[in-house]
Design a binder for this molecule. Structure first.
Ligand SMILES: [Zn+2]
Length: 302
């Protein structure tokens, strides 16, 4: 009987064009660390997940290596953020598109009418959607749906993982709201290196100001620094923030500019914006990253 099943599996795999790889697991390739973490949570032990971008990697500037292209070609499923977050990968994805393996842009599945508009991106939308937990929950649902379609025998497992993860995200939402409630409304001004936090600001009533514009592909100019330092002084903002995937120098220049006008502003810490922390650390998971960011922001601005 076992032999028969093995033969059937071999035949099935010939006919389904490599749909499942070794051990019957789907090979899933992801781009950002947030999406990698999400797919690992939903897919669990039933999929092989390979993330292209590591901790501290800036997705706006990331270019595919030869090794990446091989991984993409061998993948059964590809998930990426889309909305032109991965600006330099779009071309690679477009070339690869085929009926059996269309890369799935999770951000493109969201209701566009609810997204924040942006002139910086060809998509016309701000792509940093994972900073709204409700959107990330929608990502989770889409991932579950796609994995179940590609690997129906594990549907129950994917659904169980989804339920568990969605409950954790609800818990996260509750905890974050409670932490942010401790920060008075007039102190909710978030100044960072680039505009990654607009969805965060919308969800939790923060005014968000990014020095570098919405993509790191455009450098901040001297005028931007001057204007923003005047704003910091006027609003008596206590702290500004470095981002893990953006060079520190832009925020340090801003701090120096405030100082040159006879005022002080602290660097409140490093926030994780477009990439999670190292694997195995608290900030290496989406949930841990979110808690860490909120605690850092609230403690520094209080
Ligand atoms: Zn960004």
């Amino acid at each position: 009987m076992k032999k028969l099943i093995t033969i059937l599996v071999i035949f099935a795999c010939f006919s389904c064009k490599n749909e499942t790889k070794s051990n019957g697991k789907l090979n899933v390739v992801t781009t950002t660390t947030m999406i990698t973490d999400l797919v690992e949570n939903i897919g669990g032990e039933f999929v092989n997940v390979q993330g292209l971008m590591g901790s501290g990697v800036d997705p706006h500037l990331y270019k595919a290596s030869e090794g990446d292209v091989t991984k993409l070609v061998e993948a059964n499923v590809i998930f990426y953020n889309g909305l032109h977050l991965e600006g330099k990968l779009v071309e690679v994805f477009e070339k690869m598109g085929s009926a059996t393996k269309t890369p799935i842009a999770l951000g493109e599945e969201l209701d566009k009418n609810t997204l924040i508009g942006s002139d910086y991106f060809a998509s016309n939308y701000d792509p940093h959607v994972w900073f709204d937990i409700e959107y990330f929950k929608q990502f989770a649902k889409k991932v579950t749906q796609v994995l179940s379609e590609k690997n129906p025998e594990n549907t129950d497992n994917f659904k169980a993982n989804e339920a568990k993860y969605l409950a954790q995200l609800d818990e996260l939402q509750k905890n974050i709201k409670a932490t942010i409630e401790t920060l008075p409304k007039e102190k909710r001004i978030l100044v960072t290196a680039h505009d990654a936090f607009n969805y965060f600001g919308k969800a939790y009533n923060f005014e968000v100001v990014g020095l570098q514009g919405i993509s790191t592909a455009t450098e901040a100019g001297v005028q931007d620094v001057q204007q923003l330092s005047a704003f910091i002084i006027e609003k008596q903002i206590k702290a500004i923030f470095v981002e893990s995937s953006v060079p520190k120098r832009t925020i340090e220049a801003l701090q120096a500019s405030v100082k040159s006008k006879g005022h002080e502003v602290e660097i409140g810490g490093t926030l994780y914006s477009d990439a999670l922390g190292s694997t195995g650390t608290l900030e290496g998971s989406y949930i841990g990253m979110f808690e860490y960011n909120v605690n850092t922001i609230v403690n520094a601005l209080k």
